[in-house]
Ligand binder design. Structure first.
Ligand SMILES: C[S@@+](CC[C@H](N)C(=O)[O-])C[C@H]1O[C@@H](n2cnc3c(N)ncnc32)[C@H](O)[C@@H]1O
Length: 192
């Protein structure tokens, strides 16, 4: 109920950007400082991260929520969000073993995006034994993910390996120390 009240305060004249699982909030901080035409909502379930983010972020165009994005996302109108960002989602939201659960969640992500809206997903590909990830394995996993997101309805605008400055986070900085065993795939999905 409280959260619903917060949502009434979203300015209507700005493009709405949602970040799921912001961690310490470094990404949403830098995006909100650079993009004044957007209004950012960052959602983080862990209180210690949320408090850290709240302390670090001073921009006026940001709202931070300490709750589960699974509870918040359904509250938005369909086709109301310009961009949704997820960087290094927990396994529960991307691992193939939990696919049947997370597929339902990403179909809600799809529903809430505006037509032509963007879903940025940056995730890691690791080997089950945590050995260096071969190209074969990497591209097979990437193809599997592409197929799932396409079956939800997303179009793939872009997919590429590595780190991009625009979407750098604290966890990505740590993962970057082990690029052979933790390979990073960036997806830019869109909705028709
Ligand atoms: C691997 S961390 C990545 C954090 C950040 N995106 C980064 O790259 O630095 C995943 C984050 O998602 C948060 N998280 C996991 N499930 C969540 C949920 N249902 N709702 C909100 N946050 C969640 C975790 O608490 C954690 O901070």
């Amino acid at each position: 109920m409280m959260i619903k009240k917060f949502l009434n305060n979203i300015p209507k004249n700005k493009k709405l950007v949602l970040e799921l699982g912001i961690g310490d909030g470094n990404l949403i901080k830098s995006l909100s400082e650079k993009n004044h035409d957007c209004y950012f909502i960052g959602i983080e379930i862990q209180e210690d991260y949320f408090i850290k983010a709240k302390y670090n972020i001073k921009s006026q165009n940001v709202m931070l929520l300490n709750c589960s994005f699974e509870d918040v996302l359904p509250l938005f109108d369909d086709e109301s969000i310009y961009k949704i960002i997820s960087v290094l989602p927990d396994p529960k939201y991307i691992d193939k073993n939990y696919r049947h659960e997370w597929e339902i969640f990403y179909s809600i992500v799809y529903k809430k995006l505006l037509k032509k809206g963007l879903f940025i997903l940056i995730t890691e590909i690791t080997d089950e034994l945590f050995q260096p990830v071969s190209n074969n394995y990497f591209y097979k996993e990437v193809d599997n993910l592409k197929q799932v997101f396409q079956s939800i309805g997303f179009n793939i605008l872009n997919d590429f390996e590595g780190y991009q400055e625009n979407y750098m986070t604290s966890f990505l900085q740590i993962f970057n120390r082990d690029p052979k065993r933790i390979r990073i795939i960036n997806f830019e999905f869109t909705k028709n």
